[in-house]
Structures are given as C-alpha cells and as structure tokens.
Ligand binder design. Structure first.
Ligand SMILES: [Zn+2]
Length: 127
C-alpha cells in the first residue's frame, strides 16, 4: 500500500520520460530468430541502477523487484523513483558504490541458495 502512495507522490517526472522513449527501438527482428525478446541487458546497468539479471528477469538488487523487460528507461525510472537515496549515498563511479553492488550481489546469491533447497520440499508437501 505504501508503495503506491510513494509512487504517485514521486512519479511526477515519468511523463516526460515516456515521451522520449517510444522512438528509440532500432532492433531488427532478423537478428533474433525465434526469440521475442529484443532487449539486451547491459552490464554497466548493475553499477548504474543496481539491477542484475536473475534467470530470465531483470532484478533490482535493492528491493528484489523484477522487471520482465530489461529496458534502460524502466531501470532508470525505477532506480530514480524508488532508490534515489542510493544516488547520493553511493555516488556514481565511487568505490563505495562498487562495494555496495558487490555486497548486494553476494546477498542475492545467498538468497538463491537458501531458496533452492526448502522450496522443492514445500512443493512436495503440498501435493
Ligand atoms: Zn528496487
């Protein structure tokens, strides 16, 4: 519930961004046969927006929200509206930002390992 309130309060700049996003897709279908996904995750987005790829999804390392499409505009908007504090607490190109990213990524790995065990057992029990 709180998320919604925050969004509507902070999301005033979204409309401007949407206007400039539409015409930037210049990816040719021929290059990706049999794949509907035309978006490619860029490694530098990890440092820029604290996002990383988890399986098929683009996942926010800070709040674990996953975005189905790794579009720069989506990541940027999420980061700027939800985690603008990180931009000041961990300035771009700083060492503290890199180490924060590493810390978040290692946390993610721990979580993945924790999930892979018990969940299979739960599935088994719920049959
Ligand atoms: Zn997030």
């Amino acid at each position: 519930m709180n998320k919604w309130l925050k969004r509507s309060a902070e999301g005033t700049s979204n409309e401007e961004r949407n206007a400039s996003e539409g015409s930037s897709n210049k990816i040719f279908d021929k290059c990706a046969p049999r794949k509907s996904k035309a978006y490619h995750f860029h490694q530098e987005w990890e440092l820029n927006y604290f996002f990383t790829m988890v399986k098929e999804n683009c996942c926010c390392l800070i709040c674990n929200t996953s975005l189905p499409m790794p579009k720069k505009g989506n990541l940027e908007r999420h980061f700027n509206t939800m985690h603008s504090k990180y931009q000041t607490d961990f300035p771009p190109n700083s060492e503290i930002r890199k180490s924060k990213l590493q810390a978040l990524k290692s946390q993610l790995k721990v979580q993945e390992n924790m999930f892979s065990g018990p969940i299979e057992q739960l599935k088994f029990l719920s049959k």
